[in-house]
Write a protein that binds this ligand. Structure first.
Ligand code: NAD
Length: 369
C-alpha cells in the first residue's frame, strides 16, 4: 500500500511526539511492506511566526491532497493575546472544517500496567474501555453569530450553539455503527433539561436508535455523565455527544487512563481523515524531551485502522504499546512507583517501533503452530 500523509507537527511538544509517531509508521512500513510518504507543513504558532497565518494555504492544500493528516498540537503562550480568529487554535478549527471531518473518535482505555497512575482506585478503573464519539463541526465552536459587542457601554461577548437534524443524525449513526462492533451500548450525553439544541439532539438520536435494535441506548445529562465517568467508568461503552461536551468529557477521561499523554483521536467522516493526540502543546514541558508520545503513536494506529484499513497493523501497534508498558517503561507523566526505566520521548518511540517487529513475529509463530 502507498499512502501520502500530510504531517503538521505544530507547536510545543507537537513536533516531539509526531516525530515518534512517524518513526512507528516507518517501522510498520518496513515490516509489512507499505510505503508511507510524508509531506511536512506548518500550522499554529509555528505558521504564524513564519507565514503570519495559523493555517497557510500551502498547508491546507497539502492536507486536502493527502490520504490522511497527522497532527501534533497547536498553541503557544506568546500568541494568547491575539483575537480568536488569529490564534494558533483557529488554524486547527479551519482545518477540521475544511476536511469535513465531523466525527471525532476518542478511545479512553485503562491499561493494566499503568493502572496506579490514575488518581482513581484501581478497582474503579480496571477494565474501563470507552469510545467517545464527539461531534466536531457544530455547536458553540462554529455557531454563528458570535463575537464581542458593547451593551449599554459595557463589554459583552456571545456564542451560538446550533445543531441541525442532519448534523445530529450523521454523528449518531457513527456512534451506533461503532457500538455494533463493541459492547453494543450507546450513552448519548446532552443537557436536554435546559437547552433546545439538546432536546433536538435527544429526539434525533432516539429516532436513529430504531435502526440499531441490537444496541442499547441510554440518555444522560452532561453533569451526571461527568460524575459517572469517574464513579464507574466501566458502565460506558460508546459515549455520543456534541462538540463542547465531548471536548470536556474526553479530557476528563484522562483521569481514567492515568495521563492525558496516552489519549489519541481520529477525526473522520470527511474526504481526508485527521489524526492527532488529544493533548495540547504542553508549553510547560516542551523542548525537554519528556513528553509522552503514546497518544500520538496511538493516533497513528487509528490512521492505520480508519484511513489505511490496515486493521492487523493497527492492532500490532496497539499491542506494541501495551508490551512496552507491561515491560515497565514509562515517560515521567506515567511514573507512579513501579517504573523499571524512565524513558525519554525518543526512547519511548524507539521502544514501541522495535516492539512491533516482535509482536508481528510472535503472531506469525502463533499462527504457524
Ligand atoms: P495541554 O494538553 O497542552 O497540557 C495539560 C497538562 O498535561 C500539562 O501539564 C502538560 O504538561 C500535560 N501534558 C499534555 N500532554 C502531555 C504529554 N504528551 N506528555 C506528558 N504530559 C503532557 O493543555 P493546556 O496546558 O491547557 O494548553 C496548552 C496549549 O495547548 C494552549 O495553547 C491550548 O490552547 C493548546 N491546546 C491545543 C490542543 C490541540 O492542538 N488539539 C488541545 C488542547 C489545548
Amino acid at each position: 500500500m502507498r499512502m501520502k500523509i500530510a504531517l503538521l507537527p505544530g507547536d510545543g511538544i507537537g513536533p516531539e511526539v509526531t516525530r515518534e509517531a512517524v518513526r512507528v509508521l516507518r517501522a510498520v512500513g518496513d515490516i509489512y511492506g507499505h510505503n508511507f510518504e510524508f509531506d511536512e507543513k506548518l500550522i499554529g504558532g509555528a505558521a504564524i511566526k513564519q507565514m503570519n497565518a495559523p493555517l497557510p494555504t500551502a498547508s491546507l492544500d497539502a492536507c486536502l491532497e493527502s490520504d490522511a493528516v497527522l497532527l501534533g498540537a497547536v498553541g503557544a503562550p506568546e500568541h494568547d493575546h491575539l483575537p480568536p480568529d488569529k490564534r494558533p487554535e483557529a488554524g486547527l478549527l479551519t482545518l477540521r472544517r475544511a476536511l469535513g471531518a465531523y466525527a471525532n473518535l476518542r478511545p479512553a482505555i485503562s491499561y493494566q500496567a499503568v493502572i496506579d497512575c490514575s488518581p482513581l482506585r484501581a478497582g474503579v478503573v480496571a477494565g474501563a474501555d470507552i469510545l467517545f464519539v464527539r461531534e466536531l463541526l457544530g455547536g458553540l465552536y462554529f455557531g454563528e453569530p458570535r463575537g464581542f459587542i458593547k451593551d449599554n457601554g459595557a463589554s459583552a461577548a456571545f456564542n451560538t450553539m446550533r445543531y441541525s437534524t442532519e448534523e445530529i443524525e450523521r454523528i449518531a449513526r457513527v456512534a451506533f455503527a461503532a457500538a455494533l462492533v463493541r459492547r453494543r451500548k450507546v450513552t448519548s450525553v446532552d443537557k436536554a433539561n435546559v437547552l433546545e439544541t439538546s432536546q433536538l439532539w435527544r429526539e434525533v438520536v432516539g429516532r436513529v436508535a430504531l435502526d440499531y435494535k441490537e444496541v442499547t441506548l441510554e440518555h444522560l445529562y452532561v453533569d451526571a455523565c461527568a460524575m459517572h465517568l469517574v464513579m464507574n467508568p466501566r458502565r460506558f461503552d460508546v459515549v455520543l455527544t456534541e462538540n463542547l461536551f465531548g471536548d470536556i468529557l474526553s479530557d476528563e477521561a484522562a483521569v481514567i487512563t492515568g495521563s492525558l499523554g496516552l489519549l489519541a483521536s481520529a477525526s473522520v467522516g470527511g474526504e481526508v481523515g485527521l489524526y492527532e493526540p488529544v493533548h495540547g502543546s504542553a508549553p510547560d514541558i516542551a523542548g525537554r524531551g519528556i513528553a509522552n508520545p503514546l497518544g500520538a503513536i496511538s493516533s497513528a494506529a487509528l490512521l492505520l485502522r480508519h484511513t489505511a484499513h490496515l486493521e492487523q497493523e493497527a492492532q500490532d501497534v496497539e499491542t506494541a504499546i501495551r508490551t512496552v508498558l507491561d515491560a515497565g517503561y514509562r515517560t515521567p507523566d506515567l511514573d507512579c512507583g513501579q517504573s523499571k526505566y524512565i524513558a525519554s520521548t525518543t526512547e519511548m518511540g524507539a521502544l514501541v517501533a522495535e516492539s512491533i517487529a516482535e509482536v508481528a513475529d510472535m503472531r506469525h509463530a502463533y499462527h504457524a503452530v
